[in-house]
Ligand binder design. Structure first.
Ligand code: C5P
Length: 227
């Protein structure tokens, strides 16, 4: 067994995994890997560079060499080639591009090595789609968060409206279902819980309750792992 523990938190968008991962990492003083931000950054970089998403070799090259930095201006900030792209990667275009990048096997392979490098003492919290099933199969605990699509779309709608951004709930729901289908049906690293994952449905839970439940599970597991 390796000496650096990894906690994986996977699930579809809007399941609460991003927020939970940030809070758990903060609480434990662990490194955070927001793997979705890597896929999103590659998508935005491809868009900016005018790279055709059908050119898998060039996309893989981009993924391998992209200059991405996390946590420069705030814990969840993402910088691409020295520029803050934290907001841009979270737009709907960013989500759509990331989902398309995620379906390219060569891009996944290129990002695989980069993700392993985040494993540093005293531990790592990794959030994404395939953290428990592929990248960190030896995680000490694997959490899979989910929620009904209608509730996840509603959460996204509220986020946008709160930011003063106009949004349509039916459009958000349609896009979310499309991305879910693409993420779940792709042949490589599809979105699904690991066999040994703890699955938590967050539909009727407040985010604070989710954090509390996950923290309890993780703390318990860490105690037995350390002993
Ligand atoms: O987690 P987030 O919503 O930021 O991920 C955006 C997209 O990136 C997902 O819809 C998925 O297609 C892709 N992704 C992935 N594998 C990961 C993380 C994200 O394929 N580990």
């Amino acid at each position: 067994m390796t000496s650096i523990p990894v906690i994986t938190i996977d699930g579809p968008s809007g399941s609460g995994k991003g927020t939970v991962a940030v809070r758990i990492a903060e609480k434990l003083g662990f490194t955070l890997l927001d793997s979705g931000a890597l896929y999103r950054s590659v998508g935005i970089a491809a868009l900016r560079g005018g790279i055709d998403l059908r050119d898998h070799q060039q996309i893989a090259e981009l993924a391998r060499h992209l200059n991405i930095e996390f946590g420069v201006s705030s814990p969840d900030s993402v910088w691409l080639d020295g520029e803050d792209v934290s907001l841009e990667i979270r737009t709907d275009i960013g989500s759509e591009l990331a989902s398309q990048i995620g379906a390219i096997p060569a891009a996944r392979e290129a990002l695989y090595e980069r993700q392993l490098a985040f494993r540093k003492a005293p531990g790592l919290v990794a959030d994404g789609r395939d953290m428990g099933t592929v990248v960190f199969q030896d995680a000490i605990i694997k959490i899979y968060l989910t929620a009904r699509p209608e509730e996840r779309a509603q959460r996204r709608y509220k986020q946008l409206i709160d930011k003063g951004i106009d949004a349509s709930l039916p459009d958000l729901l349609r896009d979310l279902k499309e991305r879910d289908a693409r993420d779940s049906e792709r042949p490589i690293s599809p979105l699904k819980p690991a066999k040994d994952a703890v699955v938590l449905d967050t539909t009727d839970l407040h985010i604070d309750q989710v954090v509390e439940q996950v923290l309890d599970l993780v703390s318990e597991r860490l105690v037995s792992w350390r002993s």
